[in-house]
Design a protein. Structure first.
Length: 234
């Protein structure tokens, strides 16, 4: 059986090994002509159903339970990762795995056996991450106040909490943001001023294109930054 290859995409998907695709468009098997297919594997750029690809005996385990997924793959002699293309993000994203039914059953038994220990570990890890996030937000707010000493403290704290939210993908969670580089810190302040201190959001809601809306409020943003930076209003 040939190794699955994915169609060309703006960002090549990560290498998971044996891949099964959930297609966005209607696809039929190049072998048995069955379709439309909810899952397929690509062999020599041609879609094949799971039965034709000798994967029809596997069961689908959706993503969400990391321990169960990992153990199911450990317990299965054959498994495949299921991915789907996200148009908005221009990348393939993992949706779950295909594993042997017996392997899934053994994995479920293993997870039941140590469920309480894993629950306690999750609680400890959550507490540790919360403490880390609090320290980082405090450091981010302190850097805002260093760059903009006349920014109200509660506003700096609010900006920092928003920009540094874990899992948000916001500027504070970027590598440069976590390093407290000046660029991401200033960007977070600018974004806050834009949305809270100018008519930017109203302009967008009225149909003004984003770039034009930013042009119209640029002077207001700069005036607020200048006031927070050195107290001048001219």
């Amino acid at each position: 059986m040939a190794t699955a290859a994915l169609p060309a995409s703006p960002s090549p998907p990560p290498r998971y090994g044996l891949l099964v695709v959930q297609p966005l468009r209607r696809k039929h098997c190049a072998g048995c002509r069955r379709g439309p297919l909810s899952m397929l594997i690509l062999e020599d750029a041609a879609p094949r159903c799971l039965d034709c690809a000798d994967l029809g005996h596997l069961v689908f385990l959706p993503r969400g339970d990391t321990a169960l997924t990992r153990r199911s793959q450990e317990e299965s002699g054959l498994s495949a990762v299921v991915v789907r293309f996200n148009r908005r993000k221009s990348r393939y994203e993992r949706q779950g795995v295909l594993v042997e039914e017996a392997g899934l059953r053994r994995a479920e038994e293993r997870c039941l056996a140590d469920a309480e220990a894993r629950r306690r570990r999750r609680v400890r890890d959550a507490g540790r991450r919360a403490a880390q996030d609090l320290r980082f937000a405090e450091a981010f707010a302190a850097e805002i106040l260093r760059l903009f000493p006349r920014c109200p403290q509660d506003r700096a704290q609010g900006i920092a909490a928003h920009a540094s939210l874990r899992g948000s993908g916001r500027v504070g969670r970027s590598a440069a943001g976590r390093a407290l580089a000046e660029g991401p810190v200033v960007s977070a302040v600018v974004a806050s001023v834009r949305h809270l201190d100018t008519p930017y959001d109203r302009l967008l809601m009225s149909g003004v294109p984003r770039h034009e809306a930013r042009r119209r409020i640029a002077a207001d943003v700069e005036a607020r930054l200048r006031m927070w930076r050195d107290g001048s209003v001219a």
